[in-house]
Write a protein that binds this ligand. Structure first.
Ligand code: ZN
Ligand code: ZN
Length: 274
């Protein structure tokens, strides 16, 4: 499995363009700029497509011409910018499946032309489906747009057997949700850590403390083990400056994702494991 992080930042990016806090100034001075979180998997499958993501991809040197499937977690604008469907239609780019919760797909309808080969595939937590050559399991998110259940997470297995978890956006999982990922032994986990050192911003996102709690839960469930690479994404400016962030995440067995980072993810075993 070949994964390119097209973005590793929160909705507002990091630095937040309107902010002069120490964390944003430090990131700007280092030239570590993070756009809205998204990942391109095997060149064909896009995990989330926020309003800023297509331009981020181009600036990072990645074409989206080969994308045949978009997995949308929820309708927040940093995860779904449906206008991209119109821009794509000007490129005669061929068939596309947009997979996501029904409420998110509703946002797409007005941006699809009558002859545009775009198919909307509604899913909910608990579903399993083939998406092109990838197997996708839909997991619940402790996050909502308008109603419980209108945000999901994705568990993706590549044809070579490598398996990843795309977990943004989500707050802390209730303890009884971990059974859904029991013994998953992911090769790569991309999980949000939005709020950094701020613990007072609600439970729709993770901060460093709850990020550690979720990782511990995933380890206990056998979803994460010593061979799993864990990248924190959806990073916002309430995080400490980069060296402090790296130290805090390394202590938890993780690293911060960076825009443009390419992760070659070798499988543990050949072929689909499920
Ligand atoms: Zn978000
Ligand atoms: Zn969100």
């Amino acid at each position: 499995m070949d994964v390119v992080l097209l973005g590793s930042g929160a909705a507002d990016g990091w630095p937040n363009p309107f902010c002069a806090c120490g964390s944003c100034r430090d990131a700007a001075e280092r030239g570590v700029v993070r756009g809205q979180s998204s990942a391109l998997v095997d060149g064909t499958l896009l995990l989330d497509c926020g309003s800023g993501v297509p331009a981020q991809a181009v600036r990072l040197g990645h074409s989206l011409a080969g994308v045949r499937h978009v997995l949308v977690t929820h309708a927040h604008v940093d995860h779904l910018g449906p206008q991209a469907l119109l821009f794509r239609s000007w490129a005669s780019a061929g068939p596309l499946d947009v997979v996501g919760p029904a409420a998110a797909l509703e946002e797409c309808r007005d941006w699809i032309g009558p002859d545009d080969p775009v198919r909307l595939v509604p899913v909910e937590a608990g579903d399993e489906l083939a998406v092109g050559e990838h197997l996708v399991r839909v997991l619940p998110a402790a996050h909502r747009v308008m109603a419980d259940g209108d945000a999901v997470l994705y568990d993706v297995t590549a044809p070579d057997g490598a398996r990843l978890l795309w977990a943004c956006d989500t707050g802390p999982w209730p303890s009884d949700w971990y059974v859904a990922v029991a013994e998953a032994r992911y090769d790569l986990v991309l999980i949000e850590q939005t709020h950094g050192r701020r613990t007072d911003l609600g439970d729709g996102h993770l901060h460093l403390g709850t990020f550690g709690d979720v990782l511990a839960g995933l380890r206990e469930a056998g979803a994460v083990d010593e061979r799993t690479r864990v990248r924190a994404v959806h990073l916002g400016h309430h995080n400490p400056p980069e060296p402090e962030l790296v130290a805090a995440l390394v202590a938890l067995g993780a690293e911060p994702g960076r825009d443009g980072e390419r992760l070659a993810v070798p499988p543990r075993a050949a072929g689909h494991r499920r």
